[in-house]
Structures are given as structure tokens and as C-alpha cells.
Design a protein around this ligand. Structure first.
Ligand code: PRP
Ligand code: URA
Length: 209
């Protein structure tokens, strides 16, 4: 079973509190999503392989490590996942970025696909899917289905807030995928919103409500 890593670092928890606050406006919301994505990227990349190297410092030769050159990819689920891309790229600038467009039908809560463009060599890459919200899990499960169908076998999921239902759904459908999240909230309401959550992540990011 994939692990669920809840990142309870004080900076993450502090920023998440401001992100949830209904008084936080679009500009600050966007900045916080980016900052949180950077902090979560740090944890989600903790197991990247290293290789031994040496480097000449002004004082001597240091025996040290460098990333083993594993190819990475970041795939935001549109729209709200877009807000996390720059934050992830701050730490892994060489990653390629794919895009998966999904929206949740408000009646059925099922994901509807409308766009997909992945790096052509996706099967050789470790892919980190980003989306602020993991609610029913339908969108994340579908995004993972799409990326697996394209041949990728190494996938992680990074969310800011998850509902227990979403975690269960991803673990049931994709037990090989690790989930990194800043908080696991209480439950989903009748409209499929995470309680207490932060509301509609896409609308808050892009000012569409
Ligand atoms: C939100 C969110 C996730 C999805 C989570 O997107 O960004 O993609 O809902 O819900 P789920 O776990 O129940 O699938 P939304 O469908 O609102 O689309 P948007 O980002 O385009 O607004
Ligand atoms: N999508 C959101 O943006 N927020 C939720 O709480 C659930 C799904």
C-alpha cells in the first residue's frame, strides 16, 4: 500500500491556516499555494537517488553527492493544480511539465476529461501529480489512470488538503502511489466539498467567484 505522508512542519501548518481563511484574497492565496507547493516538494523528493561525486572547494576536495539524474515530471490537474507548478519548479527546475484537464461534474461528482498533454518520454520519468484538493478522489484516480496508460510506472500525488474518502479511493485504485499532503480534514459535505477545507480552490486561485 502506498504511504500517506502528512507534512506537519510548522511553516506548512502556518501557511495552510492563512490559505483556509475566507478573508485571504486571490493574490495572497496564489502566493501561499506556491509556497506550500515548494515545501511539499521538499518532502516528496526526499527519496530521489543520489550518486557519489567530488567537488573542489576553496579549501579542499569534498567527497559529496549529487542527484543521480533521475528524470522528473510535474503534472498539474487543471485548473487548480496550475497554482502549484511554479512552487514545485523552484526546487526541481529541470522537471518537464505535463497537463491534465479534468473538472468535476457538479451533479455526479465524477471527473470529466477535457485535456491531456504529457511529456513524450513519460514512461521514463517519475511523475509528481499536483492538485490542491483531494476530495472524492475521482480526479486524482482518473489522472493516475491516464498517466499509467501512457506508460509511466512511478507516480506520486501531492495535495494540500485531503478528505479521508479521497485518500481511500486513491489507495484502493492505485496502491502503488504515495500521497503527500499538508492536512487530512474531517469529511466531505453533500456537495463533495472538503470540510472544513478551504472552499473551491480553482475559484479562489483565479478569482472566478
Ligand atoms: C477541484 C480540485 C480537484 C477536484 C477534487 O477541481 O482542484 O481537481 O476538484 O475533487 P475530487 O477529488 O472529488 O475529484 P474542480 O473539479 O473544481 O475543477 P477546477 O480546478 O477546474 O475548478
Ligand atoms: N474541490 C475543491 O476545490 N474544493 C473542495 O473542497 C472539493 C473539491
Amino acid at each position: 500500500m502506498g504511504k500517506v505522508v502528512v507534512i506537519d512542519h510548522p511553516l506548512v501548518q502556518h501557511k495552510l491556516t492563512h490559505l483556509r481563511d475566507e478573508k485571504t484574497g486571490t493574490k495572497q492565496f496564489r502566493e501561499l499555494v506556491e509556497e506550500l507547493a515548494t515545501l511539499l516538494a521538499y518532502e516528496a523528493t526526499r527519496d530521489l537517488p543520489l550518486t557519489d561525486t567530488t567537488v573542489q572547494t576553496p579549501v579542499g576536495l569534498a567527497k559529496t553527492k549529487t542527484l543521480a539524474g533521475k528524470k522528473l515530471g510535474i503534472v498539474p490537474i487543471l485548473r487548480a493544480g496550475l497554482g502549484m507548478v511554479d512552487g514545485m519548479m523552484n526546487l526541481i527546475p529541470a522537471a518537464k511539465v505535463g497537463h491534465i484537464g479534468l473538472y468535476r461534474d457538479p451533479q455526479t461528482l465524477k471527473p470529466v476529461d477535457y485535456y491531456c498533454k504529457l511529456p513524450p518520454d513519460v514512461q521514463e520519468r517519475e511523475i509528481i501529480i499536483v492538485d490542491p484538493m483531494l476530495a472524492t478522489g475521482g480526479s486524482a484516480v482518473e489522472a493516475i489512470n491516464i498517466i499509467k496508460k501512457a506508460g509511466c510506472t512511478n507516480i506520486k500525488l501531492v495535495n494540500l488538503i485531503a478528505a479521508p474518502e479521497g485518500i481511500e479511493a486513491v489507495q484502493a485504485a492505485h496502491p502503488d502511489v504515495d500521497i503527500f499532503v499538508a492536512a487530512v480534514d474531517e469529511y466531505l459535505n453533500d456537495h463533495g466539498y472538503i470540510v472544513p477545507g478551504l472552499g473551491d480552490a480553482g475559484d479562489r486561485l483565479f478569482g472566478t467567484k
